[in-house]
Design a binder for this molecule. Structure first.
Ligand SMILES: [Zn+2]
Length: 571
């Protein structure tokens, strides 16, 4: 006997074995019992939920030789003809195939004739929303005045595309997505009939993957069984479905939880190398977080995830996120899944989303405050730091240009240029630190080290600082008031600490202390007397700049204009 696909073999043949649609079968059974048969039915719902099967059962129930009955016999000639599609009274029209124009025209011709050997002439129109406009109009005319012996059963996955004028003439039945438990139960019945050992976990995984559709569930089971020998295990199903696997998912969630961006990127690399699809990865991640969301809200997670989760592990993972964070993460995963569809670089979309999830605290606050008060932006550290870094970079360019004139590279005088500009009065230091000769020397060496290693921007900031001592744990820098202190503390701290460590062999942390600057007795900006000629390029040493320094200076001029001031005046 030829092989018959499981979904055909196990197609429900009466209302009792229609899975997960009790509300539909109960109503239809009552209607048949009481003889209240409508002229038009509209079955709506997701694919694979039993709409077409129910239409056939209803057709058989009405035309069975032993009927009308709530339990068609499936054996009489009428039932068998309906099953084989050769009935002269039951017509199946697939509107999706060609818009249904010809079929509907034929239908209008034949509908007026009495049934050949059944009680009713039954038209099953699948995917009715796909009918062309002409076909729709033709159908509507027939529906307005249907002959006594005619029953229309229309099925659709997209009911919003069915004209309201048609919907209003139908009895509507909404087919639900079938629950994981119902699908699982049905699959269990199906495999109990077969000579194969199947793990419950494997069946549950298939039930989740089918996403509410029984036909899909049976098709997946069919494939899995065809590719396995005597047993079907969860590993095999995971492999055949291309799932990323519980272990990987758990590790990723834990890396996201601890905001370990490096680990997250490594894991993405790993899974992509193993040939997994980006959509699959994001899809599973979304399902997993949905599980966490439901667990947090309702305390249960059964049948949500592909993988059976122990309460312990789900509890631990759920505890690592707030409900708001989980909702935000799910939204971000969905965005990424959309981006992946269109992006020429889908990998970047996945990585960016996961890195953003690592930084969820900052990003969520940002979007929340933007929602609340678009006019009153709160202080945004990230942006300020960026602007400060740009400013420091420009200052560095200007200063390194000027400094390279005053102190040619490699000159011993370079070291002395830093203290020259900082005549400062130190406030009392908060930490107990001693200024020693050794300390001052270490700081000079640190500056040399920074210069030698090309840290121009750091140099630009430290030039106006004074060394104010050190103790066992810290070294203290006196900084001018303003932006410099923030730059040193937030952006260049690591550079300076490393340089200090490299020259001293000590592992000390930097403390910045704002000090008031004593102005030097040079004319300030705006105090230049009229008989003093305005400064020329030579006054700033610009004419002597090397080509590359000149170029950098030009760029700075582009940004800031050419209102040159002496470095001393910059603060
Ligand atoms: Zn029958």
């Amino acid at each position: 006997m030829a092989y018959m696909a499981l979904y055909r073999k196990w197609r429900p043949d009466n209302f009792n074995n229609l899975v997960g649609q009790d509300h539909v079968s109960r109503t239809l059974v009552n209607a048949i019992k009481s003889g209240r048969i409508s002229h038009a039915y509209l079955f709506t719902g997701p694919r694979g939920t039993g709409k077409t099967s129910t239409a056939r059962i209803l057709a058989k129930a009405l035309n069975c030789e032993k009927g009308p009955t709530t339990e068609p016999c499936n054996e009489c000639a009428a039932c068998r003809r309906i099953d084989s599609g050769s009935s002269m009274d039951v017509f199946e029209i697939d509107a999706a195939s060609n818009g249904g124009v010809d079929e509907i025209r034929d239908l209008r011709e034949t509908v007026k004739f009495a049934p050949v050997n059944g009680r009713y002439k039954i038209y099953i129109i699948d995917e009715v929303h796909a009918l062309s406009r002409d076909a729709f109009n033709a159908l509507l005319k027939t529906l307005e005045e249907p002959p006594e012996h005619v029953v229309f059963i229309m099925a659709t996955t997209e009911v919003h595309k069915v004209l309201p004028t048609i919907q209003s003439r139908c009895q509507r039945y909404d087919f639900k997505r079938i629950t994981v438990d119902d699908i699982f139960g049905r699959l269990k019945t199906v495999v109990s009939d077969m000579d194969i050992q199947v793990d419950d976990e494997a069946l549950r995984m298939i039930a989740v993957k089918a996403d509410g559709g029984m036909r899909d569930a049976l098709s997946i089971l069919d494939q899995c069984i065809a590719l396995s020998e005597h047993s079907l295990t969860i590993d095999r199903v995971q492999q055949l479905l291309g799932l990323v696997g519980k272990e990987w998912l758990d590790n990723l969630v834990s890396a996201l939880q601890s905001r370990d961006a490096a680990a997250v990127l490594t894991m993405v690399d790993e899974i992509i190398r193993s040939g997994k699809d980006f959509q699959q990865v994001l899809g599973e991640l979304g399902i997993h977080f949905r599980g966490l969301m439901i667990f947090k809200a309702a305390g249960i997670v059964d049948g949500v995830d592909y993988y059976s989760q122990t309460d312990e592990s789900i509890k631990k993972q759920a505890a690592g996120f707030t409900q708001e964070q989980i909702v935000w993460i799910i939204r971000r995963i969905h965005e990424a899944a959309n981006e992946v569809k269109w992006s020429p670089q889908p990998r970047i979309a996945v990585e960016a989303a996961l890195l953003e999830i690592c930084q969820r605290d900052i990003l969520m606050n940002k979007s929340a405050s933007a929602d609340k008060a678009p006019s009153a932006q709160p202080v945004d550290d990230g942006r300020i730091a960026q602007l400060e870094a740009k400013l420091a970079h420009m200052m560095g360019m200007l200063k390194s240009g000027a400094a390279s004139v005053a102190t040619p590279k490699g000159s011993a005088a370079a070291a002395s240029s830093a203290p020259k500009v900082t005549a400062t009065v130190a406030k009392p230091v908060q930490v107990a630190a001693n200024i020693t000769e050794d300390g001052v020397e270490l700081w000079q060496k640190t500056l040399d080290h920074l210069r030698a290693t090309g840290k121009e921007q750091v140099m630009a900031c430290t030039q106006n600082c004074t060394f104010m001592g050190m103790n066992d744990a810290q070294f203290v820098l006196g900084t001018p008031k303003g932006v410099i202190k923030g730059l040193l503390e937030r952006i260049y701290r690591k550079n300076i600490e490393e340089a200090f460590g490299a020259v001293s062999g000590l592992n000390l942390s930097l403390v910045c202390q704002e000090v008031a600057t004593v102005p030097e007795p040079t004319p300030r900006k705006g105090e230049i007397q009229e008989d003093v000629p305005p400064p020329t390029d030579d006054d700033f040493g610009i004419s002597e700049l090397q080509d590359d320094a000149r170029e950098r200076l030009d760029k700075a001029v582009d940004v800031f204009g050419d209102g040159f001031v002496h470095p001393e005046d910059i603060q």
